[in-house]
Design a protein. Sequence first.
Length: 378
Amino acid sequence: MSMRKPLAIFISALMASSAANAAEVYNKDSNKLDFYGKVVGLNYISNNKAEHGDKSYARFGFKGVTKISDQLSGYGQWEYNVKTNNPEAMDMGNATRLAFVGLKFADFGSFDYGRNNGVLYDVSSFTDVNPEFGGDSFTKEDNFMTGRAKGLATFRTSNFFGSIDGLSLALQYQGKNPNPHKSEDRRDGNGEGWGASTSYDLGYGIQLAGAYASSNRTDIQASDKNGQTADAWNLGMKYDNAQLYLAAMYAETRNMSHYGISNNRYAKKTQNIEIAAHYLFVDGPAEGLQPSLAYVQSVGKKLDPVSKSGDAADAAASFKGGKQDLVKYIEVGTSYFFNKNMYTYVDYKINLLKKDTYTSATGVNTDNILGLGLVYQF
């Protein structure tokens, strides 16, 4: 029996939502609860020891909706990730990815609060679609509003309050989050910030989007003398006809992108580009096969000097600062969908970073990575 268009539509929906194949576990008295998840057997093959080996994980969550009145409903979502490659006595890496609750006011819009995706990811998600590698030129969790983060209050309206078809708007506020690491560490914390994103569906599978976010930096972050503010903007476009998917994104950040293995330094400026494509075969002997291709690059400007010993004056294996590629690679992969619940993939990251003083001083990986995955999802 041919999968054809139903599979194409499902895969397209899967790219847009982590709960595209959720199982309904309760639906009664205007209350609905969906449970979703996946188990991923994943192995990396690389000359870099830190990247080589078992990377398996399991992920699950729920989405709930309750009807309060004809014009008002409530909703919530929670999602958790478990790294199954750790020994049973350890829980390193296990974490809540999403946890937010909100209210939806008919066609006017919705408001929610909690751990959610930052508005910059509204655009970055266009290129974060391939099997294993991609979408990470500047997007990182708990890094201002570039990816998943805590303390986010978000208002969203689609079709611009019900008056303009295809035009969506999001406004977001993030509260101050103290740095959870050591006092000398600049990672993960943030001051108060705000952001906005907008997208327009042109029809024929074409969508355009843009976003901007600005945040105060913490005192620890600002101790690098690069200023009190971190901000970023990005623009993106995508084409999706359920079989062919094409997307591109460009972004610039200031004092927002950290670099190096320690993630303890922020680039004064980065320029980022991501291009992604995949095609799903829905007929013939290749039915269910989806090859993919992506290009990801982040260029840092006015970077601080770094030495392997931690002493910027140490000339041996030291980076003098200035302009440098922080991320640069080509992704070549393919997935095969047995059905809507089971698929496998091979994804190859061709690392274009060179072995130089920067990668030596910061410990950034320059080796290629081959990812082999088998996924069951519901």
